[in-house]
Design a protein around this ligand. Structure first.
Ligand code: BES
Ligand code: ZN
Length: 467
């Protein structure tokens, strides 16, 4: 913020008073520096780094691993803040699956003989005793209704394992014995979450012997699986919307996002309570601004489990709705005092999935030059966060992050004492000014989300975040 003040003087004065009272040209401003517009000031003057810092302190009081009580506490706080600011707010739940942490053990007993089966990866843990029924390859439409209540004997081949399990499960089978279609091994087979019957694999020789036995009359089997399968949990996205005035509505939507979940056992102050704090602060300062574009602030769950929340959110958008979204600004790790190295703008960079500029980076680079950072922000190429699903929908998207990363990344030491208010402030100003440039009523609607106006020179950087 000190840097900003210096710059503001240079920019507004342009010339400064020399020692001998003669007007002289001041030192040159940073090449790209420009002054904040009156419009920018409507946003950036209201941003409070203290607010953001307090949000991070609150959220990082406990880990927020997706599907745990910690996530829920965070989610409820975020929702209550959005509501307080007057947003139409929604908790969007979705199912996630944790794998049971073994040891994965299976047994199969037929006619008193103990076989040593392989357990399907992901097989449900359960124990059943039932009659065995040969259902061949278990292809769609070929499984008889009479498999109900029985253990299905299935030959490997033609279709994926999970499809075979699905086909017998639909007919009421209570277990699966798969036999290989080649060789002497048995170590194959995969089950999906929700396929709640035990599934084991035997060798081809064992399978063919069983097929023969079944020709002579009923055969009963005992199948038991332990230490395997999935535990179903619920994770959430928090969605806050602000619709523009009805008689001045471009029909377009601009999105600002972060993820609220942390890694297990990590307080996730920078990753990504920092991004959430920025989302909440921008929601607060924009709450009563005149707009002609819908504002949508979202915090995603289960980012750390594989971008599950943002993919879920993206999957709920109709094509028409996805087309109305003209930009997605993702903030993930925007407050660490130990990140960014010696790079300009505290190391802030805008990563896109394809390494190309887009509307978001154009606006962000220009806003960087006009606000606290007083520098055009570079762009680079990286995924690893929730901008990915939006990019895949054809929506201009970028990840705002300080790169290279801090040493505390994904450790229990990612705590509030490593947070730098100045970094939060700069990022919030840049994203806030960019978003408001789209949403304020005097700027025209964007003709096409895929065509970005070129506003300023800014550079590609091949900067690796490390870790
Ligand atoms: N905040 C990180 C994203 C990140 C990490 C960006 C390093 C740039 C450099 C994010 O929360 C994360 O850890 N993402 C995972 C990938 C995700 C698909 C599980 C990662 O990068 O390992
Ligand atoms: Zn993150």
């Amino acid at each position: 913020m000190t840097r900003k003040k210096t710059m503001a003087v240079l920019l507004t004065a342009g010339i400064v008073l020399g020692v001998n009272g003669v007007y002289a040209q001041g030192p040159p401003a940073a090449p790209n520096a420009q002054s904040a517009t009156a419009f920018d000031n409507k946003i950036i003057k209201k941003i409070s780094a203290d607010n953001m810092y307090n949000t991070i302190a609150l959220l990082s009081a406990q880990p927020r691993e997706a599907g745990t009580e910690g996530e829920l506490i965070g989610v409820q706080y975020i929702k209550s803040q959005f509501e307080k600011y007057g947003y139409e707010t929604e908790l969007q739940p979705f199912k996630i699956y944790d794998t049971v942490k073994g040891p994965r053990v299976g047994s199969l007993v037929i006619n008193g003989e103990s076989l040593n089966p392989y357990v399907f990866s992901g097989s449900y843990s359960a124990e059943v005793t039932a009659e065995v029924m040969n259902v061949g390859l278990a292809l769609p439409g070929t499984v008889p209704d009479t498999v109900k209540g029985k253990i299905a004997l299935i030959e490997r081949g033609t279709n994926p394992f999970v499809d075979k399990v699905k086909n017998v499960l639909e007919k009421g089978a209570v277990g699966v014995i798969l036999y290989n279609n080649t060789g002497t091994a048995n170590n194959v087979g995969v089950a999906d979450p929700g396929q709640n019957i035990p599934a084991v694999t035997i060798t081809r020789a064992q399978g063919l012997a069983l097929v023969e036995q079944l020709k002579n009359g009923p055969v009963s089997a005992h199948v038991k699986v332990t230490g395997s399968g999935y535990i179903e949990k619920t994770s959430y996205n928090v969605i806050a919307k602000m619709k523009p005035n009805k008689n001045k509505d471009t029909g377009q939507v601009v999105m600002v996002g972060a993820h609220h979940d942390s890694v297990p056992g990590g307080p996730g102050a920078n990753d990504d309570a920092s991004g959430v704090s920025t989302v909440l602060e921008l929601a607060r300062v924009m709450a009563n601004m005149p707009i002609d574009t819908e504002l949508r602030f979202v915090t995603f769950g289960s980012e750390e489990k594989g971008l599950l929340g943002s993919y879920h959110y993206a999957s709920t958008l109709s094509e028409e709705e996805a087309d109305r979204i003209v930009a997605h600004f993702q903030m993930d790790m925007v407050g660490s005092k130990d990140a960014g190295g010696n790079n300009p703008a505290g190391g802030l960079i805008m990563y896109t999935i394809d390494g190309k500029k887009n509307l978001v980076t154009d606006l962000g680079a220009a806003a960087g030059a006009r606000t606290a950072a007083a520098e055009a922000i570079p762009y680079g190429k990286l995924g690893r966060s929730d901008h990915q699903p939006f990019h895949e929908l054809g929506i201009p998207a970028a990840l705002f992050i300080h790169s290279p990363l801090e040493p505390w990344y994904h450790t229990p030491a990612d705590t509030i004492d490593k947070i730098d208010k100045n970094k939060l402030q700069e990022t919030a100003e840049i994203v806030g000014a960019s978003v408001y440039q789209i949403a304020r009523p005097d700027t025209p609607a964007l003709k096409n989300a895929r065509v970005a106006p070129v506003l300023i020179d800014y550079d590609f950087e091949n900067r690796s975040p490390g870790a």
